[in-house]
Design a protein around this ligand. Sequence first.
Ligand SMILES: NC(=O)c1ccc[n+]([C@@H]2O[C@H](COP(=O)([O-])OP(=O)(O)OC[C@H]3O[C@@H](n4cnc5c(N)ncnc54)[C@H](OP(=O)(O)O)[C@@H]3O)[C@@H](O)[C@H]2O)c1
Length: 426
Amino acid sequence: MNDINVAILGIGTVGTGAYKIIESQKDEFPYKTGSKINISKVLVRNKNKKREGINENLITDDWSEIINDDSIKIVIEVMGGIEPAKTYISEALKKGKSVVTANKDLIASYGSELLDLAKENKCDILFEAAVAGGIPIIRPLKQCLAANKIEEVMGIVNGTTNFILSNMTDEGMEFDDALKLAQELGYAEADPTADVEGYDAARKVAIMASIAFNSRVTFDDVYTEGISKISAKDIKYAKELGCDIKLLGVAANTDEGIEVRVHPMLIPSEHPLAGVKDSFNAVFVKGDAVGDTMFYGKGAGELPTASAIMGDVVDVARNINFDCCGRIGCTCYKQLPIKKMDDICSKYFIRMQLLDKPGTLASVLSILGNNGVSIYQMMQKKRRNNSNAEIVIITDSVKEKNLKDSMTILEGMSIVNKVSSIIRVY
Ligand SMILES: NC(=O)c1ccc[n+]([C@@H]2O[C@H](COP(=O)([O-])OP(=O)(O)OC[C@H]3O[C@@H](n4cnc5c(N)ncnc54)[C@H](OP(=O)(O)O)[C@@H]3O)[C@@H](O)[C@H]2O)c1
């Protein structure tokens, strides 16, 4: 039995989890893979930092000690960021080392390039941990569901925003208070932009869409809108309508091209995704043969994310032992167009403050009607202050362009004091 030596690049949250699993599973891995898995080196930025539970003889801040060590067969990249991660991964692949990474930023923008490099060098590059942390979704899409035409992938893939929205829903908190709580509990970073503005979710959706539809989708292709404008009032109205508001990543394979977007959405409270609370993640996949499937679990954290990393390491170790690395590489063999947001159809929730005088509502409905926007449901609350009346409209499904055109006209009219929210409805 040959040992398989690995190097871990980065020993923060995920790297520490991977280290712990390698230790705790060391007697099991030989049975599962045919090899003992040894940690040869751990790369860090700051060699002098105290790292509890990590063998300090393994620590290095010198990449050349790893790249030039031919006995290292697998590089686990858990540093994050684009550079130097991209350079290190590329160099490792060129040297014939397989790579396991959790780096969604890198894969969402440079996945194609790295997969090509892996193919050229007959190596694996696996990234299960890059989407929805501990939840298996990349491998199910690439392998278990490979016999399907995947029609839709939709999910809650950011735990921070789901925690914030759960607290706004269950505790009636406003966005700023819920964000502060998330930061105090360690669910949100000091700079929460990537999470609350939907960029983190967009990266994951780009990766999932590419695999699901066999056509490359990058981060820049994803329309992204975050949750910072959602108010406790919107959530209260949504509840009255039998819905919850979630930040959803949606990717659909339509005859006109791929729809790919991240934005808040009202979904019926009985939909399985509405029940996904706090920092949990879930991904809903619809295939033509399998029908509806849902994957649920912890989308981040030390051990859940390391579980996905080490699942990939076990896979690579098996491939090394059977001399079949590179067996499943890039699956993007089509070039489908990305559908423009203006052409996407959706129902909309519109909350606006109107001047409270006769004829106002009729004028609003007429503008909407003239632009092809028909009304599915409407609410006007008695809570009037000064000369304002607040109305909530749910439209029928309509093209985004028509909705935008009508809202531009309405926002310019003196009878419309404010358009407070426009949120898409499932
Ligand atoms: N945290 C999660 O729950 C989670 C979930 C899914 C995916 N991910 C992804 O996993 C990756 C790692 O995340 P994390 O939360 O574990 O990060 P982290 O806690 O910030 O740890 C990063 C580690 O990488 C090292 N590092 C950073 N830049 C380096 C460089 N230039 N050279 C050498 N070492 C460097 C750091 O070294 P020092 O300690 O010396 O600073 C640190 O040990 C990211 O791509 C992230 O998106 C994380």
